[in-house]
Design a protein around this ligand. Structure first.
Ligand code: NAI
Length: 341
């Protein structure tokens, strides 16, 4: 609770990585960015190995001059450090079956997301270090900000300190990928997972629901599709408000709005007590997220997410969302703007 420790470059010693074989499982959004940043930080190319199945990502890694190993057992055997940077839903299967049995008993395993570690879905040996280095940024920005000599926000934690030197490794690896330049915030897989899942399952669903209902009510009151789409999101006003909130302050950004708007927003929000929402949020947090109920339900459908068509549960949800008046209206407006109607 309270203030979190923040680690900077000066807290990390890259020396602890000397002669260590660093394996990146995956060369996608995060893998390609982190591996390139790490190499730029002076880790010799021969110390870096990209473990990737035969696909276009592997080709990209080769084109960028990295050593690539398609046989995961071979990559696992040589890894002193293993970054797990493949999609979260495939990690348990790939790691537990193909890496875990062959990994060194004192290897350092790095995750960029807390989910699989928090819900105990990955099998580690007691002597291994398990650390989280989780950039709070999409992969392309992890790379481009580093190239510009800047850092990016990142969470760091030691979840299992098998060697007793887990923090030294976590900080050195954070520094090597450029994550301590701006300051890496001490966190945990619990904190990272809870905040991510809460935003995804509580905050944003309510925001989507509020936009949906606001759209319907204003449309019933006679507002046009065009005016509503522009007013509510296509003008990018909400994006601008959030940018100002990040720069000036969550409430302080209101000063950029008209006096009528400031008065309406402040008096309106302070009038809303939030009791029902609080109960709803707590229910999602405790009974859906922390109880493991969501994780269990998601594990059941994971394999179906690779399917084509309506049997893929995500496609089914998209299809149902298309029924929202907001979505239908937006389609018409966009078609008209493109001159198709
Ligand atoms: P991605 O979707 O870009 O992963 C692609 C890579 O995974 C490729 O190298 C591909 O060969 C490999 N891959 C995919 N399916 C595979 C399978 N079945 N077997 C073996 N290899 C497979 O992954 P992304 O988005 O970089 O995510 C990696 C980790 O980083 C995740 O834990 C994610 O939560 C975390 N993260 C991602 C962010 C992002 O920018 N997307 C931001 C912060 C964290």
């Amino acid at each position: 609770m309270g203030q979190a420790k923040i680690y900077y470059d000066s807290d990390a010693d890259l020396g602890v990585l000397s002669n260590k074989k660093i394996v990146f499982l995956g060369f996608g959004n995060q893998g390609s960015a982190q591996a390139q940043n790490l190499r730029d930080s002076g880790i010799p190319n021969d110390q870096i190995l990209i473990a990737n199945r035969v696909d276009s990502y592997a080709e990209t890694a080769k084109a960028k001059g990295f050593h690539v190993e398609h046989d995961f057992a071979t990559a696992a055997k040589v890894a002193d450090v293993l970054f797990i940077l493949i999609p979260d839903q495939v990690q348990p299967r790939v790691f537990n079956e193909q890496f875990s049995p062959k990994l060194k008993s004192n290897a350092t395993i790095v995750v960029a997301s807390g989910y699989n570690v928090f819900f105990n879905l990955l099998k580690f040996q007691p002597g291994q270090d398990v650390v989280m280095v989780a950039p709070r940024m999409i992969g392309s920005s992890v790379r481009s900000l580093h190239e510009k000599g800047r850092g990016f926000p990142c969470f760091v934690s030691v979840e299992q300190n098998g060697t007793g030197k887990g923090l030294d490794a976590a900080l050195a690896l954070s520094r090597a990928i450029g994550a301590t330049k701006q300051g890496a915030i001490a966190s945990s897989v619990r904190e990272e997972t809870v905040m991510d899942l809460f935003a995804e399952q509580a905050l944003w669903p309510n925001i989507i629901m509020m936009f949906r209902e606001a759209f319907n009510i204003l449309k019933d009151a006679g507002c046009s599709d065009e005016a509503l789409c522009y007013e509510m999101w296509m003008s990018k006003e909400p994006a601008e408000i959030f940018e100002r909130a990040a720069d000036d302050g969550f409430v302080a950004q209101l000063k950029h709005h008209s006096t009528v708007s400031q008065f309406g927003q402040l008096s309106g929000s302070l009038k809303l007590e939030g009791g029902a929402m609080r109960e709803h949020f707590k229910d999602i947090l405790y009974n859906q997220i922390l109880s493991g109920k969501f994780c269990e339900a998601f594990s059941q459908i994971e394999d179906d997410l690779d399917k084509e068509g309506d049997t893929n549960p995500l496609n089914e949800l998209y299809k149902r969302s298309e029924e929202m008046e907001l979505v239908k209206a937006e389609k018409r407006v966009r078609a008209r703007l493109a001159g198709l109607l």
